[in-house]
Design a protein around this ligand. Structure first.
Ligand SMILES: [Zn+2]
Length: 183
């Protein structure tokens, strides 16, 4: 999942320049980017992101992790993507796994919901059982298959999801420290 971040500068309803304005809300006075002309408010709510621990049922239960083509280091991570309008999170995570790896998903199980404030995201993580021939989307540079017991977790949203899934399977998760990625 590649994310290009844009700054919100104009009202999407009337195209006036937005301004930081303080308005009384349910929780008290709050400064937010708002439209002085029509009152539109940029709430900047966190975006739900779907993440998948992909278990390959036709590869001895190995876990597929992939490296994003936009990343500089050799870091392998869960398959992630944004939910689309009109789909359930279960359908969305199956769609993302299919789009990014070509694997077909047979089952999805919720692992949990994880905080990821650095990116203003909320991670909804699933354990996904999948099979088929692996063909990566151009977004992903490479993948690796790991035995669950040998996989290592990172200390950020999706890494905690992977750790919780490992614990539920009776493994003690091993963590790696990523320079400059503390969160
Ligand atoms: Zn406006």
């Amino acid at each position: 999942m590649n994310v290009q971040r844009h700054e919100m500068r104009f009202c999407p309803s009337c195209a006036s320049p937005l301004a930081l304005l303080t308005v009384a809300e349910d929780g008290g006075p709050k400064e937010r980017l708002r439209c002085p002309a029509c009152g539109w408010t940029h709430w900047n709510n966190p975006t739900p992101v779907l993440a998948a621990v992909v278990e390959c049922s036709d590869r001895g239960g190995q876990i597929l992790l992939a490296r994003n083509a936009a990343w500089s280091g050799r870091m392998f991570a869960l398959i992630t993507g944004f939910m689309e309008a009109g789909e359930s999170p279960e359908d969305g995570v199956a769609r993302e796994v299919l789009e990014e790896t070509a694997l077909s998903v047979d089952a999805t199980h919720l692992i949990g919901v994880y905080d990821f404030q650095r990116m203003n995201q909320l991670i909804v993580a699933y354990h996904v059982v999948a099979r088929g021939e692996i063909r990566l989307s151009p977004e992903l540079a490479e993948y690796r298959l790991f035995e669950p017991a040998s996989v290592r977790c990172w200390r950020a949203g999706t890494g905690y999801a992977l750790a919780d899934w490992l614990r539920a399977r009776g493994h003690q998760p091993q963590f790696i420290e990523l320079p400059g990625r503390a969160s």
